[in-house]
Write a protein that binds this ligand. Structure first.
Ligand SMILES: [Zn+2]
Length: 336
């Protein structure tokens, strides 16, 4: 189909631009994230109480990251450019999805999936994942990832698929209103997972934001442990781009030991949770209800499908719902 063809060519051009310029620029990543957002936005759970909670969690994390930036702490990729934009208006969104994941497109948007939120047992577990996501922005992992994927043209293929699915006028899965550039932008992430090194680095800096922001260091790895207990960690690390959850727990324990040694007063950083246990539970119930009641328009279906197909940020390998979503997109693309 014509639209898929054009998408492929546009992406090939983008690929050349990205390769010529080395690492993707902040500006291109921010723009791409903004375009992707117009496709993903229909899946956001619109609820004032939930959004207020997300805003408070995000504000607490970003404020600490900003302090850390002022102290000059961060990997080389963080230090190599002006980082002021990271601390201005990054938005944490709660999206309705039955996939257990969280994801950032690298600019001003972080997406926390409702399934992950309702699975978290405590605010500590939830805040740890949110801090990890913001660390991907802080460490410019998407900038590096886009370049890596462009380099091997894997993303060009994935984006052509995304563009074709979203742009296809006769496609059952999607609507024209959600199409065009937005589909193309979001489609790029289908081919761009974070590396094992990225994930570990995001845990490292996420842990720092989280502890400085006042959550309990001892509970940073609780969510990983919960996932291990649920059987998510059965794949050998060699078969995955992601660190095994057991290693993420172990690395966190090492970081806690270092913290005890280097900052013996770290317990004094602790602040009360934003939501009490009861409030947290009520917000989870709200999110679960809203997710079930999401209107099934073409736009929400397209957003949900794309979110489900995004690479895992927490589990070592794709879950069945993620593999299914990717397969669905691939099949739809073949029909073009
Ligand atoms: Zn991650």
């Amino acid at each position: 189909m014509r639209i898929g063809f054009i998408s492929g060519r546009v992406v090939a051009m983008l690929a050349l631009v990205a390769m010529a310029g080395g690492c993707a620029s902040d500006k291109s990543v921010i723009n791409n994230a903004q375009q992707s957002h117009s496709q993903l936005e229909p899946a956001i759970l619109n609820d004032a109480a939930l959004q207020a909670y997300m805003d408070k969690i995000g504000t607490r994390i970003v404020a600490e990251a900003k302090e850390m930036d002022a102290r000059g702490e961060g990997p080389a990729a963080h230090k190599k450019g002006d980082a002021a934009w990271m601390f201005e208006d990054v938005q944490f969104h709660m999206v309705g999805s039955d996939t257990l994941n969280a994801f950032t497109t690298g600019g001003h948007h972080v997406y926390i999936y409702s399934e992950l939120f309702t699975t978290a047992k405590t605010e500590d577990e939830f805040a740890a994942v949110c801090s990890h996501e913001f660390a991907h922005i802080y460490c410019r992992h998407v900038q590096a990832g886009m370049n890596r994927q462009y380099g091997v043209y894997a993303t060009a293929a994935a984006a052509a698929v995304g563009g074709a699915v979203i742009g296809g006028s006769d496609n059952r899965l999607t609507g024209a209103a959600a199409g065009g550039a937005a589909g193309l932008a979001a489609g790029q992430f289908l081919g761009m997972g974070f590396t094992r090194g990225d994930e570990d680095e995001a845990d490292k800096y996420g842990f720092r934001f989280y502890t400085h922001a006042g959550w309990n260091a001892d509970h940073f790895a609780d969510f990983f442990q919960q996932m291990i207990d649920k059987g998510y960690d059965k794949t050998p690390e060699i078969a995955s781009d992601h660190p095994k959850l057991a290693n993420r727990v172990k690395n966190t324990e090492r970081r806690i030991d270092e913290l005890k040694k280097d900052q013996p007063d770290y317990k004094t950083w602790q602040k009360p949770d934003i939501a009490s246990a009861t409030e947290f539970r009520n917000l989870q119930v709200r999110a679960a209800k809203l997710q079930k009641a999401m209107p099934q328009t073409k736009q929400t279906q397209a957003a949900e499908l794309m979110l489900a197909a995004f690479p895992s940020c927490v589990a070592p390998v794709d879950q069945p719902s993620q593999a299914k979503a990717k397969d669905r997109i691939a099949r739809a693309a073949k029909q073009q």
